[in-house]
Design a protein around this ligand. Structure first.
Ligand code: G1P
Length: 271
């Protein structure tokens, strides 16, 4: 059963500067709502009951967003505006399911995952990277279905332009299971075109086994001196752990880059 999710939120957001110089990128509005709320709604709709946020001292405003009760209560008392009451209730609902851990040094996604170890109860958990919005179809929900059938780890995937492989984790197919799901035998973080085993990219949704913590603890820093989740996944694959790449049906919005972020509001408006 996948009931817990983790969300790395300690990143500096340099690809979105200057917007992120004093503001957390995950709180930037996308069609009138902070991006993080879309991610939380995806979790709730997929049956997730608890979400661990990995933040940093510099991103404390994310915690403040969910813990602004005194402010809301006084405004509601003064204004009696039903819209504000509704928004506050929504925030309270999110707050109930969130736990916070800290990653104060930007040492990579793998390091962020390690910080959540004490909270993870079941053998598998979900990770969502908040830069990646997937709309129209709940990707986490589809992945949980795949996990239930194959009892294995799952990662979201899509085909990308070969010229852009160095932007992604790229994997190699071992065996096609059906139209949308492939067993993989290799995954490399941001390879050059020359070394990319395919044009199939990992997108920011992962169902990971608890055993990944053991791997992360032993892992040496990879590209740019960071601990990459991709490298820990490869290490598990080497140990014969099954990883499935799931080609999702929703529409992918890359909100971690300025062009993608600008486009995302327009795309969400269309639904
Ligand atoms: C991360 C992962 C990468 C994955 C990508 C998806 O990279 O490390 O493997 O393909 O997310 O968005 P980042 O976007 O943090 O550079």
């Amino acid at each position: 059963m996948i009931k817990q999710a983790i969300i790395p939120l300690a990143g500096l957001g340099t690809r979105l500067l200057p917007l992120t110089s004093v503001f957390a990128k995950e709180l930037l509005p996308i069609n009138g709502r902070p991006g993080i709320e879309y991610i939380l709604d995806e979790c709730i709709d997929a049956g997730i009951k608890e979400v661990v946020f990995i933040i940093s001292d510099k991103k404390i405003m994310i915690k403040d967003y969910f813990y602004n009760d005194t402010f809301y209560k006084s405004i509601i008392k003064k204004k009696k505006d039903p819209r504000i009451t509704k928004e506050y209730k929504k925030i309270l609902r999110y707050k109930k399911m969130i736990k916070f851990v800290y990653q104060n040094k930007p040492l990579g996604t793998g390091d962020a995952v390690l910080k959540t170890e004490k909270y993870i109860k079941n053998n598998f958990f979900l990770m969502l990277l908040p830069d990646d919005l997937i709309i129209k179809k709940n990707c986490s929900k589809s992945m949980i279905k795949v996990h239930k059938i194959y009892k294995s780890s799952v990662m979201a995937s899509m085909n990308v332009n070969r010229k852009t492989v160095s932007r992604w984790g790229i994997y190699k197919i071992d065996k096609k299971l059906n139209k949308k799901n492939y067993l993989i035998n290799k995954v490399i973080e941001k390879p050059s075109v020359k070394f990319a085993p395919s044009n199939k990219a990992v997108i920011g949704r992962y169902i990971l086994p608890k055993r990944i913590f053991l791997k992360l603890k032993k892992l040496k820093p990879g590209k740019s001196g960071e601990l990459h989740i991709t490298d820990a996944i490869q290490s598990l694959i080497n140990d014969k752990e099954k990883f499935i790449a799931h080609n999702f049906s929703g529409k992918y919005l890359d909100c971690g880059t300025m062009a993608g972020y600008i486009k995302s509001s327009m795309e969400i408006k269309k639904i």
